[in-house]
Design a protein around this ligand. Structure first.
Ligand code: UGA
Length: 438
């Protein structure tokens, strides 16, 4: 099939590359010349394991081409299906900002005007229930002068990939959700996924349900994290190690060990924004989602739990290990480290931060702190060290690395990556989220 990907950011580029790798002809388009030029050279502007190799392969074999939006529309290339993959950021009040969805819908409407075959528009961006039928559809009809069902189809196909394992998540997904306005649209979208394993469940449903599935899944996972973080905070205060508690309850298959890792809270471009957007959507209907509101407030306070473990921060030299919101990404959006640095700066501290991939992104937010080239350099002469992201090379640090480098060896383990006993035996002061033993 010929596929247009509208918006070649994270989700768009991974989606487009994977579709191309499955044999489709893919046109990745974007309004940002820097992004487009970089994709043309086979270099993604984001760090994602495996993406560059797959992108290069599919550019070379001609399955994937990148265009500036204007350039693409002027070429009059006609595809069978297009995927809207533009960002859906938050407004200041937490509600969803649909401006990019609106721009994309107008552009696609104008494109559809000239397409003289049946074309299906698919929304892949995360959008709150009702967006596809009440925002995207009217704009498509208005700008194309065509009618849904007769001249073109419409679907909603949410994405469940995680940064750091996006390719694998996309190709080996646990489900394919196909929300469609009618049977014909759904069948055409199913055709795109024809080469995916037949055992993967296809969920055929309507547009709003598909939209809601995405929010429900992300909100549930965020709830699991805030729940275990709350339990960890209690464990710490009643002299219990939350690791044992989390492990034990995770053995019950009704609970499962997944997403039961407690720490400094969840970040990233999805959970924080999606839970808030669902809250805002619910409140607009007159319903107050108490549980989801608590999920957010626990998460917002969680990085400060690490800070509370140090009695006096005034004038101290602080090492921060890990800046990205999770390992294997350079993404710092909503990273707990941002909150930590903001608070530390109020205490006249000298901050030395290390991250293998995310330092340059953090430098744009905090140009005044020191970024080091290695964890050991970050530890050198520091009074306290905060572990904020569980990168492999941080997990592999040995007690001697802290003893040799730090002024006073004191570790606050925000991700519980170290064995407390080993650290204590070596003479290192150790505190960790959810670690209530002394
Ligand atoms: C998340 C979802 O996992 C994906 O399924 C979804 O497609 C994506 O959002 C999205 O909506 O686009 P992602 O944000 O890449 O993916 O990252 P996760 O691996 O889910 O981690 C999110 C945050 O939760 C990280 O800060 C991580 O450190 C934290 N986390 C995760 C915990 O604190 N504890 C856990 O047990 C798991």
């Amino acid at each position: 099939m010929k596929i247009v990907i509208l918006g070649s950011g994270y989700v768009g580029l991974v989606t487009g590359t994977c579709f191309a790798d499955k044999g489709h002809k893919v046109y990745c388009i974007d309004v940002d010349p820097k992004k487009v030029n970089s994709i043309k050279k086979g270099i993604p502007l984001i760090f994602e394991p495996g993406l560059e190799k797959l992108l290069k392969k599919n550019i070379k074999n001609g399955n994937l081409e990148a265009f500036l939006a204007k350039e693409f529309y002027s070429k009059k290339i006609f595809a069978n299906i297009s995927f809207i993959c533009v960002p859906t950021p938050s407004n200041d009040d937490g509600s969803i900002n649909l401006k990019f969805i609106e721009f994309a819908s107008k552009d696609l409407g104008n494109y559809l005007k000239n397409v003289n075959q049946y074309h299906v528009v698919v929304v892949k961006s995360t959008v709150v229930p009702g967006t596809t039928d009440s925002v995207v559809l009217p704009l498509l009809e208005k700008h194309s002068g065509k009618k849904v069902g007769k001249d073109f189809g419409l679907c909603m196909n949410p994405e469940f990939l995680r940064e750091g394992s996006a390719i694998e998540d996309f190709l080996k997904t646990d489900k394919i959700v196909i929300g469609a306005i009618d049977e014909k649209s759904g069948k055409i979208l199913e055709g795109v996924y024809e080469n995916w394993d037949k055992s993967i469940p296809r969920i055929n449903t309507n547009l709003r349900t598909a939209e809601m599935i995405k929010y429900t899944q992300n909100s549930f996972l965020a709830t699991k994290i805030s729940f275990i973080n709350e339990i960890a905070n209690i464990c710490q205060r009643v002299g219990v190690d939350a690791k044992d508690v989390s492990y034990a309850i995770g053995l019950d298959p009704r609970i499962s060990p997944k997403f039961l890792r407690f720490g400094v809270g969840y970040g990233g471009s999805c959970f924080p924004k999606d839970v808030k957007a669902l809250i805002s959507t619910a409140e607009k209907t007159g319903y107050t989602p108490e549980l989801l509101k608590s999920v957010v407030s626990i998460n917002e306070k969680q990085p400060l739990e690490a800070l509370k473990m140090v009695d006096d921060l005034e004038g101290k030299t602080v090492s921060i290990l890990g800046l990205s919101f999770k390992p294997d990404t350079d993404d710092i959006r909503e990273s707990p480290s941002i909150k930590l640095i903001t608070e530390l700066q109020k205490h006249n501290t000298v901050i030395k931060a290390y991250d293998p991939k995310a330092a340059e992104n953090m430098r744009k937010l905090f140009p005044d702190i020191t970024y080091t080239n290695s964890p050991k350099e970050s530890l050198r002469d520091s009074d306290v060290c905060f572990v904020m992201t569980e990168w492999k090379e941080i997990k592999e640090l040995k007690p001697k690395d802290f003893l040799i480098s730090m002024k006073t060896p004191f570790v606050v383990d925000g991700r519980r990556v170290f064995d407390p006993e080993e650290k204590k035996k070596a003479g290192i002061s150790y505190k960790g989220i959810g670690y209530g033993l002394s």
